[in-house]
Design a protein. Structure first.
Length: 245
């Protein structure tokens, strides 16, 4: 069956621009879209409670089920499916090790894409290198002068934009690697120990000042990423907005 093509939604000055941030965590992505979209209303959905969530409204529950039921009510949809089962670290020997200890992770990019395509709305799927997300855009903390590298890929549904220049990294990520300690301009915002970032270091490195939850901070997107994505989306609408004017 042919899937509906997402329609690029032109902001309507008579009402708030409605954004859905699915698998929202504490709302790092939400904060970026808030900066990009003037007078927007952002709803977050997550399977876990998120008392530090940054948006206007929050629903605890299954993100894909929520998209299927309510996605058409929004003007723009973002989803960051859990990355633990998607990236390169879960493949090869690590995949075999995880299987041996009974650790399994959901693979939600395909189901998320299918759900998003039923809504007829423009969307973004974000995930890690090595995942099945389409590699339309790659963003890195160095592009925004951040203290983390944190490469992430973004699949764009119903709209397009150009890949920004990926600048050369200024050095290494600080911490232990293969028994050797390295200094560098970036912190490791994942795990604990081995020189990895503290709560305060992650807050500063990612530009997130509203949570002190170490795990959630590690998982959150830097707001600068989605601020860029949101601005790029509005730029992609410019020809239509000129015609409407």
């Amino acid at each position: 069956m042919t899937q509906p093509i997402p329609v690029r939604r032109v902001p309507d000055a008579s009402r708030p621009f409605r954004v859905l941030d699915a698998c929202c965590c504490i709302g790092g992505g939400t904060e970026g879209y808030r900066r990009a979209f003037p007078d927007c209303h952002i709803t977050g959905v997550d399977i876990e409670p998120q008392p530090d969530y940054r948006g206007d409204d929050f629903h605890q529950g299954d993100a894909i089920a929520f998209i299927l039921a309510h996605g058409h009510e929004f003007d723009f949809i973002h989803i960051s499916p859990p990355c633990q089962g998607e990236g390169a670290p879960t493949k090869g020997t690590n995949k075999a090790r995880n299987a041996a200890i009974g650790r399994t992770y959901p693979h939600l990019i395909g189901p998320a894409r299918a759900a998003l395509q039923t809504t007829g709305r423009p969307y973004v799927i974000e995930n890690v290198p090595g995942s099945e997300v389409r590699k339309d855009i790659r963003l890195c903390g160095e592009q925004f002068g951040l203290g983390v590298l944190m490469h992430r890929y973004f699949e764009l549904g119903g709209w397009t934009t150009r890949q920004p220049v990926h600048p050369r990294h200024r050095g290494r990520v600080r911490g232990w690697r293969h028994g050797e300690y390295h200094e560098g301009p970036y912190v490791a915002a994942y795990g604990k120990g081995g020189g990895k970032a503290t709560v305060e270091e992650i807050r500063e490195a990612k530009g997130i000042d509203w949570s002190s939850d170490h795990l959630r901070l590690r998982e959150a997107l830097p707001p600068a990423y989605t601020e860029w994505i949101g601005a790029a989306y509005l730029t992609s609408l410019a020809p239509r907005l000129e015609v409407a004017a």
